[in-house]
Write a protein that binds this ligand. Structure first.
Ligand SMILES: Cc1cc2nc3c(=O)[nH]c(=O)nc-3n(C[C@H](O)[C@H](O)[C@H](O)COP(=O)(O)O)c2cc1C
Length: 300
């Protein structure tokens, strides 16, 4: 759609909304379909070295304004994922390979395989809040984050995005450590839980999970705004976006593009086209030629 195409994190997107990792993106057919229906790009489910079944259900709980999940990073393993990427790439839109690991060496191996599979960029999952040894446990150590990003930037030819956790006290030190990335992706889910009062125990098998959906939008916005204002890094915003107004708030807070996850469960695939149309008509009305003109305009 003219006017809302953007350059973000080293790639070009026809439309600024990207499918977020973990929602309908373990399968090439569903990614292709979502890409054909208004998404500008798709991030794959986070893929690791080995196949993982994930946790035993219940792994998802519907909370007020969002969902709490602790899936346990189920995925088919990197060796079994090439066909899904090939299928998604039939859309001719960018597919971004999300990877998780616990050491810089494993991140390198996974990134190299993703490059072989033909992805347009790599998203490092440095932020999953509910699996020991991965995700946020790696992503809350600035020294490790710096080493992982530096290693990859030194030898991988495609853009590297670092997806960070909101569950840290000082986001600026982690974002600074990841500043060699082509984009910082904010935010992953917010650590949370639910209790079943009749069973007198936590609902999720894993006890703790991550909250996503509308309830987390103000948290995501604050983190995007703060990192953009203080560090000026390129940012892709994610967290609670379900309308074009939500997306515009993220852009005005400093995001170059944005991702949508949980809203696909509530609104279905039409969410991307609805957001695209809303953004285009707002820009028309206000005589804005490119979304980049609005990036960060709310920052004071
Ligand atoms: C069921 C589910 C699975 C997810 N799996 C992943 C994942 O594998 N890797 C990742 O980086 N983020 C994962 N996420 C986080 C989302 O990509 C996103 O950062 C978060 O849900 C906030 O966006 P939203 O409110 O639009 O869903 C998952 C989220 C949900 C709800």
């Amino acid at each position: 759609m003219s006017g809302i195409s953007v350059k973000a994190g080293g790639i070009s997107l026809e439309t600024p909304g990207i499918l977020a990792s973990g929602i309908l993106d373990e399968n090439g057919y569903t990614m292709k379909r979502i890409l054909q229906e208004g998404a500008g790009g798709a991030v794959t489910k986070s893929i690791g070295m080995e196949e993982r079944p994930g946790y035993v259900p219940p792994v998802v709980f519907e909370a007020h304004g969002g969902i709490i999940n602790a899936m346990g990073l189920p995925n088919p393993g990197i060796d079994n994922f090439g066909d899904e990427i090939s299928k998604a790439k039939e859309s001719s839109k960018p597919v971004i390979g999300s990877i998780f690991a616990s050491t810089p060496e494993q991140f390198m191996k996974l990134a190299e395989r993703m490059v072989d599979y033909g992805v347009s960029a790599i998203e490092l999952n440095l932020s999953c809040p509910h699996v020991r040894g991965f995700g946020a446990e790696v992503g809350s150590d600035p020294v490790l984050v710096k080493e992982i990003v530096k290693n990859l930037k030194g030898s991988i030819s495609i853009p590297i995005w670092s997806k960070l956790s909101p569950n840290v006290t000082d986001i600026l030190s982690i974002a600074s450590a990841a500043s060699d990335s082509d984009a910082i992706v904010l935010i992953n889910t917010v650590r949370a839980m639910a209790i079943d009062i009749y069973a007198r125990m936590p609902v999720l098998t894993n006890t703790y999970g991550g909250l996503s959906g509308r309830a987390v939008k103000p948290i995501g916005l604050r983190l995007v705004y703060e990192v953009k204002k203080e560090l000026g890094l390129e940012i892709i915003g994610v967290g609670g976006i379900s309308t074009w107004v939500d997306a515009m708030e993220y852009v005005m807070a400093g995001a170059s593009a944005f991702q949508v996850g949980t809203a696909l469960w509530n609104h279905g695939r039409s969410v991307f086209n609805e957001i695209n149309e809303g953004l285009a008509s707002f820009m028309n009305e206000h005589n804005i030629k490119s979304l980049a003109e609005l990036r960060g305009v709310a920052i004071r």
